[in-house]
Design a protein around this ligand. Structure first.
Ligand code: BG6
Length: 503
């Protein structure tokens, strides 16, 4: 653009000068959690069992197990978690002390409809979240609510194998219309499904689709092995979620036209392992089918052009009924939200892949370092993803998950987590670069703003928080909350609206 241009761009941008960065007014700084990972109180006040309540704890090397019957010798970390259910007041006060503008949390479906298909909602569950939202507003914190974050009612898994069955759509829409009506004056921003695309990356069909697993062990990284009947179940399950999301959006607009809806996609940044055209195409293809397969339906309202070829390769049959495609076209979202933790490499050479496996069917990048859990740290990948996504969809983006899972040590009553600050700073700088490239980014919500149970391993010691929670993997600890060094860094960052980023 020429220097003399008089065009004023309506989108948000970050100005940087001698005083540092200046983020746009109203930029949503904050943090994120999910109820099954923080609330505990898994059977309190009428709550029903969710699939998450059936996952045992694991470790980096020892997969979590899903057991239908509870195993008396195993630990089920969602049952107690960090007791956010009873301590939400203390926790939200800490978020307010950091200056949060937005808090992303999920409403656990089984607190409202314990079996998923109950006639009437559970009043105690409704009352609980009302108190949480009212407190957020007292502190000027805007809630962002995930309607489904791995909290599928176990009773519906037994009855219909989760999202495999279309009847689940009606149950979900009953749940979402109930909460949208109930909180229409307290919640404006909604995400229908957390990381809707993870089953295509190899996330397993139980977490997000509520499907009963064939084996007890929760294993990640089988995205490239997805095929046949399992693939058919998964693509139809996701199709049913697309329909449920579209109906929720349409119902929500009737309830409060001010509502804003987002999709939530786990960003899968995949570079070619080498410049061999075959590697380039593998990397390209993984990104198409894991990012755009879902993004296109939820934002553009139609399946991506490559879908037919992809389904053929999967050996999967997608059952589309009359009216489905029209509904998807009508119920598109207003913004695109994403989680971002790492990148990987695509290779056509199976030997290279198997010798260097990273997470989710990709090979390790020799140029990147990794977290203690092997997630490769790549801030530039976030810029790449934001730019690619904004270029494709031209709707506002929101980073609703990003952070570093690390083994923290308490010293002098706190945690000196400069490594976490470095991680966050570099990722936020990547967002600044993306905004400079023209991407419209609404906010940044750090994942696991208080230490919570890890989703993939069920551990407590994989900690993300600005706030340390005194609890170990054996369940010992006082549950006391401690402010880590990063707490004060984030507080300064928010108070300066980003200008203290380099500190
Ligand atoms: C995302 C999920 O995949 O990653 C969260 O939406 C999860 O629920 C987060 O906690 C980090 O993963 P983990 O396994 O380190 O907790």
């Amino acid at each position: 653009m020429s220097e003399n241009s008089t065009v004023t761009w309506p989108q948000r941008s970050v100005v940087s000068d001698a005083d540092g960065y200046h983020f746009p007014d109203g930029f949503f700084w904050g943090g994120a959690t999910a109820s099954n990972q923080c609330e505990g109180a898994w059977d309190k006040d009428g709550k029903g069992e969710s699939c998450a309540d059936h996952f045992t704890s694991g470790t980096k090397d020892e997969p979590r197990r899903f057991t239908g019957e509870f195993d008396p010798t195993a630990k089920y970390p969602s049952h107690d978690a960090i007791d956010h259910y009873d301590r939400y007041e203390e926790d939200i006060r800490l978020f307010a002390e950091m200056g949060f503008k937005m808090y992303r949390m999920s409403i656990n479906w089984t607190r409202i409809f314990p079996n998923g298909d109950d006639e009437k909602p559970n009043q105690a569950g409704l009352d609980h979240y009302r108190k949480v939202f009212e407190l957020c507003h007292e502190f000027g914190i805007e809630p962002l609510v995930t309607m489904s974050h791995y909290e599928f009612p176990y009773a519906l898994s037994l009855k219909w194998n989760g999202w495999e069955d279309r009847r689940t759509i009606d149950c979900f829409v009953r749940f979402t219309t109930t909460i949208m009506r109930e909180y229409k004056d307290l919640v404006k921003y909604w995400l229908t499904f957390n990381e809707i695309n993870t089953p295509l990356m190899g996330g397993g069909p139980t977490f997000s689709l509520g499907m009963l697993p064939e084996t007890e062990e929760l294993r990640f990284g089988k995205g490239d092995a997805l095929h046949g009947e399992e693939a058919t179940r998964i693509v139809n399950g996701i199709h049913h979620q697309f329909l449920a999301s579209a109906r929720t959006v349409l119902e929500g607009r009737k309830i409060n036209p001010e509502f804003k809806f987002g999709c939530m996609i786990a960003s899968n940044v995949v570079y070619p392992y080498s410049c061999k055209p075959e590697d380039v195409m593998v990397a390209w293809d993984i990104q198409q089918r894991t990012n755009y397969y879902c993004g296109d339906v939820m934002v553009r309202g139609e399946y991506a052009p490559f879908t037919e070829r992809y389904l053929r390769e999967l050996g999967a049959t997608l059952s589309i009924e009359p009216g489905d495609l029209e509904l998807l076209r009508e119920g598109t979202v207003d913004f695109y939200s994403l989680s971002y933790y790492m990148s990987g490499c695509g290779t056509a050479d199976k030997a290279v892949l198997n010798a260097n496996r990273s997470v989710f069917s990709t090979a390790k990048n020799p140029y990147l370092k990794a977290s203690e859990w092997g997630w490769q740290i790549d801030p530039e990948g976030l810029r790449y993803y934001l730019d690619e996504t904004y270029g494709r969809y031209k709707v506002p983006l929101m980073v609703v998950e990003n952070g570093l899972g690390a083994m923290d040590k308490v010293e002098d009553g706190t945690v000196h987590d400069g490594y976490r600050v470095d991680y966050l700073r570099e990722h936020i700088k990547a967002i600044v670069r993306a905004m400079d490239d023209g991407a419209d980014v609404l906010g940044y919500l750090m994942w696991g703003c208080i230490d919570i149970v890890s989703a993939s391993t069920g551990e407590m010691r994989k900690r993300y928080g600005f706030v340390y929670v005194d609890k170990d993997d054996e369940g010992n600890g006082t549950l006391a909350r401690l402010r880590k060094d990063s707490f004060w860094w984030y507080q300064r960052l928010i108070a300066s609206n980003g200008s203290s980023l380099e500190e």
